[in-house]
Design a protein around this ligand. Structure first.
Ligand code: ZN
Length: 209
């Protein structure tokens, strides 16, 4: 159950295994092997044939952001698995679900930030305090946060959470954040309805690609 994630132009594939489970028990090369090569479509283990997607080492990948709404933002490291396709030569990186192709922050952290800013109307500085690891940001006082505006811009330009429906007139960045966060909240499990809206955005984002 692996989803190809080729939108960024690089072959990063999200596993079905989430970050927490991946950390507790890193999957073996066999367990994390994608069913097929996202570049050429070759089956990784053709019936009765030799393996086409060969284990190609491991790679440490940092993931930034809070583990849950009540946690302090942190930097964790996960061991991603690399594969090489013997059919087309592509090198693939398999990461836990919730780790996004080119982004250091987890999908959950970005969803949380968009919801805090767009829906809970927190200031950018407050969002930064709750989402950005201190070790990365330093202690400097800030009034804005460029990363947050970039996420909102990426949402508006459909480079992030592209499954979320976007409003047709060009909105403000904060409206973009709000609309993406609303879509993430809507995709969270209905049993989470009693939770604060930004907590539900985290849960929805954890499943988004
Ligand atoms: Zn291939």
């Amino acid at each position: 159950m692996l989803l190809p994630r080729n939108r960024s132009g690089r072959s990063v594939i999200q596993s079905a295994i989430d970050i927490k489970r991946w950390q507790q028990q890193p999957p073996s090369a066999v367990e994390a092997r994608p069913a097929r090569c996202p570049a050429c479509g070759a089956a990784s283990c053709p019936l009765g044939g030799a393996i086409r997607l060969q284990g190609h080492g491991r790679r440490e990948r940092q993931v930034w952001g809070p583990a849950s709404p009540d946690h302090r933002p942190e930097v964790i490291s996960v061991t991603a698995r690399r594969y090489r396709c013997l059919s087309c030569g592509a090198v693939l990186l398999v990461v836990p679900r919730g780790v996004l192709g080119r982004r250091a922050y987890s999908a959950a952290a970005i969803g949380f930030a968009l919801a805090l800013w767009g829906l809970a109307l927190a200031t950018a500085a407050e969002v930064r305090r709750r989402v950005g690891p201190a070790k990365i940001l330093g202690d400097s006082a800030v009034t804005g946060w460029a990363t947050l505006r970039r996420w909102a811009r990426d949402v508006a330009q459909r480079r992030l959470f592209a499954e979320a429906p976007g409003p047709s007139p060009p909105p403000s960045l904060r409206q973009s954040a709000a609309s993406a966060a609303t879509a993430l909240v809507a995709s969270a499990d209905p049993t989470t309805r009693a939770l604060p809206i930004e907590h539900r955005a985290i849960l929805g984002a954890a499943h988004a690609a």
